[in-house]
Design a protein around this ligand. Sequence first.
Ligand code: NAP
Length: 278
Amino acid sequence: MFAIMHLPLLGMGTWGMGGKFDTDESNFDASVEALRFGFEQGIRLVDVAELHGGGLTERIVGEAIKGYTREDIQIISKVSRDHLKYDEVLRAAEGSLKRLDTSYIDLYMIHKLLPSVALPDALTLKALERLSAEGMVRHIGVSNFNVVQLQEAQKHLASTTIEANEIEYNLLFQEAGNEVAPFCKANGIHLIAHRPLAKGMLVRGENKLLDELARTYEKTPAQISLNFIISQGMTAIPKASDKKHLQENVGALGWKLEEGDIALLRKLDGSVPYQRIQ
Ligand SMILES: NC(=O)c1ccc[n+]([C@@H]2O[C@H](COP(=O)([O-])OP(=O)(O)OC[C@H]3O[C@@H](n4cnc5c(N)ncnc54)[C@H](OP(=O)(O)O)[C@@H]3O)[C@@H](O)[C@H]2O)c1
């Protein structure tokens, strides 16, 4: 059993680095460089999954962390929804460790459940528990889980607990704020917000309120968007390949939006048609 998980409030997403659903070698070097630049800016958390780039993204992360003290970097990775049988989970984790070229994953998650599956399987959780007991993963989490799925997952664990839930949460899509976030908060489950910039939609300068608040706080719309998440104690994992973006995102740390402004920003939920990808 490892010490209580302590996740930073800002991490780096990796979707598209090394490809999306398919492998794309063309941005390998640039992606490694971007992640290393992020480390130099003080970001010490990387979010990846076996699904990303058909495994290439984990290789990129593995390459990026070379030369850094392993304990200084935290890696989140995930087992895909079509690998959730007991042996498949163990094999998936082994594959991820190999591609990441490391001996452990800090936080290992069930990426999501198939739409046809309502609840997580007991054996999936048992496999995660075994990985934890064997030290291959330090902490166990889930992603895209609702309250019922979280409760069910927790039931199947004896020696570990679900420590994090990575969910879609941004100014344009705040559904998780209704039930999932209060449940997680009450149960000590850390929330990680994926797509925190609504895939870039929030930074196109098309939002009046965001622009106004950016002026008031002398920050940028991206920083306001990320601080909305961070101020609520959640971790945001924006993906940025552009070094200017990485630098800008670090500026979302170290200050807090006022409660009244957070309340105003809550009203942006659903204000713009926003295409979620299932
Ligand atoms: N668990 C899950 O099911 C799940 C699902 C989706 C995503 N995720 C994770 O969450 C991460 C983030 O989500 P995402 O990549 O879909 O979307 P996102 O982080 O909301 O948006 C990424 C886009 O925003 C741009 N960007 C970043 N910082 C910016 C800034 N300061 N100013 C202007 N543009 C900026 C990026 O551009 P550049 O790249 O050009 O800098 C990129 O086009 C993913 O990469 C992935 O790791 C997890």
